[in-house]
Design a protein around this ligand. Sequence first.
Ligand SMILES: C[S@@+](CC[C@H](N)C(=O)[O-])C[C@H]1O[C@@H](n2cnc3c(N)ncnc32)[C@H](O)[C@@H]1O
Length: 293
Amino acid sequence: MESVKLTEKEFATFAKIVRERTGIHLEARKLSMLSNRLRRRLRALKLSTFAEYLHVLRDRRVCEEELPHFLSVVTTNETYFFRNEKLWDYIRNDWIPYIVEHRKRAKAIRVWSAASSTGAEAYTVAICLREAIPDFASWRVQVIGSDISRRVLEAASEGEYDEYAVAKVPQLRRKRWFDAEGEKYRVKDELRKMVSFKFHDLREPFPNANFDLVFLRNVLMYFDLSMKLHVLQRVVGALAPGGHLIVGDVDPIRHTPELNTNLTLDYVGPNIYRNPKAGRAKGIASLAEAVKA
Ligand SMILES: C[S@@+](CC[C@H](N)C(=O)[O-])C[C@H]1O[C@@H](n2cnc3c(N)ncnc32)[C@H](O)[C@@H]1O
């Protein structure tokens, strides 16, 4: 099996399927990573060549069953509670008081964890909202997590996590928000009620969006520049006027002139942006032109 070589042509075909299905750009330098990981699928399916595996992916009858396995080989679903602790200080100490003041009449808040993976980010923001809004019972708070992988969405709805995922959750909070089940931690129903998960491809607009806060972290790096622009445009379009956008650790917007100059967003602080109250982001056509220029 180790001797089975992935040719450049086969790699290009796999990369094309990945791009079509997720928008993710697989760089040529990922060839040996991909061949190592795909060998495990070959073994599991008792196939001897990558060409046979491509045949499986092209076969309509088996493709839908195999595709999630194939895509999980190329995407990473890593996530955990309170990822990037400083950010959560900002959410608790700055953003929640801001939104409570701004929504005190409507008493409704909508948050989106885009590319949520197994849901730790969505539940983390739910914990923060639950803890930091004093008269929480009188508010309508909705947290939505979405992802392109149905496998991670199922796990997210289950709300069951291992020690790795909750490592940054202090003991008191673990007791408050999780039920310990053997080696696992299950999110309490009280929290699960606040959060729902749905399938969504970031390349598409999010229906009935109007979010006060959107997390878009640790996913943009898988897209090439024009796809980053496209996705960001969709996500900015999902923000309510004055809504905030949180991006990943290596801020893709501020450090990429094509994104920075072509998105109509106010810079709030590291990785944090705000949709201006009046006016929306520029059109997709003009962004695509900007990338080409
Ligand atoms: C590393 S996880 C990020 C999880 C979480 N946002 C965090 O920062 O902890 C990346 C997720 O992006 C999802 N993803 C990749 N392409 C996507 C697309 N086109 N639309 C929606 N989700 C996508 C993957 O399935 C994966 O679960």
